[in-house]
Write a protein that binds this ligand. Structure first.
Ligand code: NIG
Length: 419
């Protein structure tokens, strides 16, 4: 078709392909390339992917496959980019099932937090554990996420709220990436809640966050900085102070924003050039327009919205109209989203937030990569990117969002190697 020809033309670098290490032939490739917009999923029928030195070296038709040391026939199955879970708090100690029981009896997320529960509850469990213990606790959760095709993941700190606790979480995140062959980006979220030691002294705690950030950045443990800007978190002014310091260090920023109130977070994220503003249920038109203008990704979190029984849905229609890129993620955490299933998140983005299945797949590939600042390396099937690929036991990309509790993943390649 014309659209497919246009897509293939954009696969710059296909010319003069030398011998590949591996060629996957006869694939239905959902490239998720944004180089063209009129071909759903950037699909290439009877497609072929050539891999050299862990990177995608050729994307095109099977009939034009380059020579390779090894050729695998995918028998018409769907191949997508490796999935990306761009917002998780998967490393923590203990769990909060007891709190959930209270919430089932009617307490709200905010009430539990104000009564001394919530995030602070997970701080005690996290402070007690060593980095190794935190990694061990998180490992089965991370493996569950990987079993559904996740090849890149963001992991936040934010349950230590003091230097050693934050360090342990970031170290645990790093260990998990190394041990499991997962691409991990580590986000410093000390401004997640005010620890008891600083109760009523939020401005002082923000200064402490800045001090910790400098130390942990010096130890190369921080890829990005985040904060919970909310009535039960930090004010816009406090977050602004932290992000100004983060940017002076050359650190990238993201933001937990407009989850429970329209708090001015879209505008704040835009002001600081954050790669994403996450949650966004209460982001109004002004916030959304500001995000669109500054190219801030809206990371929407359907399982958290469901789990805390939030009635307000993000204004997806307005985000579409304004051209905001939307990503989704598990937000795996012990309080608002004990969820380890990116496929369930895709389903719920469609059923609860009104995404199309194509938007849902875009939200866990190309747009998630952008939220995590890794779009140059992963997120689409395009020449030059890492050969992180999922092979599914279906031909139809819609199936990934359609099923609940069924996972058709058959194979995963990371840097061109079978995982
Ligand atoms: O993204 N909103 C703030 N942080 C988490 C919740 C963490 C928790 O409750 O432990 C979130 O939903």
């Amino acid at each position: 078709t014309f659209a497919e020809d246009a897509l293939l033309e954009t696969c710059a670098g296909n010319a003069n392909v030398e011998r590949c290490d591996l060629v996957l032939k006869n694939c239905r490739v959902a490239t998720m390339s944004s180089a063209q917009s009129n071909l759903p999923y950037g699909i290439i029928e009877d497609g072929c992917i050539g891999i050299l030195d862990g990177k995608i070296r050729f994307v095109g038709k099977s009939s034009e496959a380059p020579v390779a040391d090894s050729v695998e026939d995918m028998k018409g199955r769907l191949v997508t980019p490796g999935l990306i879970d761009c917002h998780t708090h998967v490393v923590y100690g203990g769990n909060r099932a007891a709190e959930w029981e209270l919430k089932l009896k009617g307490a709200t997320y905010e009430e539990v937090a104000k009564a001394g529960g919530g995030i602070i509850n997970s701080v005690a469990g996290t402070r007690k554990a060593s980095a190794n213990e935190l990694a061990d606790e998180a490992k089965p959760r991370v493996q569950a996420m990987m079993s559904e095709g996740v090849t890149s993941m963001e992991i936040k700190s934010g349950y230590g709220l003091e230097e050693e606790g934050e360090r342990k979480q970031l170290l645990a995140a790093q260990m998990l990436g190394k041990e499991l062959g997962l691409k991990v980006k580590k986000t410093f979220l000390a401004a997640h809640a005010t620890p008891k030691e600083f109760a009523g002294k939020e401005d002082e705690y923000i200064q402490e966050c800045i001090r910790m950030m400098k130390v942990l950045h010096g130890e190369k443990l921080i890829d990005c900085v985040d904060a919970f800007c909310e009535s039960i978190g930090f004010t816009v002014a406090q977050t602004d102070t932290l992000y100004t310091a983060a940017r002076e260090l050359g650190l990238k920023t993201r933001l937990h924003g407009d989850q429970l109130n329209d708090f001015g977070c879209g505008e704040l994220a835009a002001k600081h050039g954050c790669s994403s503003c996450d949650h966004c249920e209460y982001a109004g038109e002004a916030a959304i327009k500001a995000m669109a203008a500054a190219d801030v990704v809206a990371v929407l979190l359907p399982t958290a919205n469901y789990f805390i029984k939030e009635k307000k849905m993000p204004d997806v229609e307005c985000m579409r109209k304004e051209g905001v890129n939307m990503a989704i993620a598990t937000n795996c955490n012990p309080g608002s989203s004990p969820c380890c299933s990116i496929l369930l998140v895709m389903n719920m983005a469609c059923t609860r937030f009104g995404f199309t299945p194509e938007e849902a797949l875009r939200a866990v590939t190309v747009n998630a990569a952008k939220a995590m600042n890794v779009e140059a390396e992963v997120g689409t099937v395009e020449v030059g990117k890492a050969a992180d690929l999922c092979v599914w036991g279906t031909k139809n990309p819609c199936d990934l969002s359609y099923y609940m509790g069924y996972n058709s993943l058959q194979k995963v390649f990371v840097n061109g190697r079978l995982r």
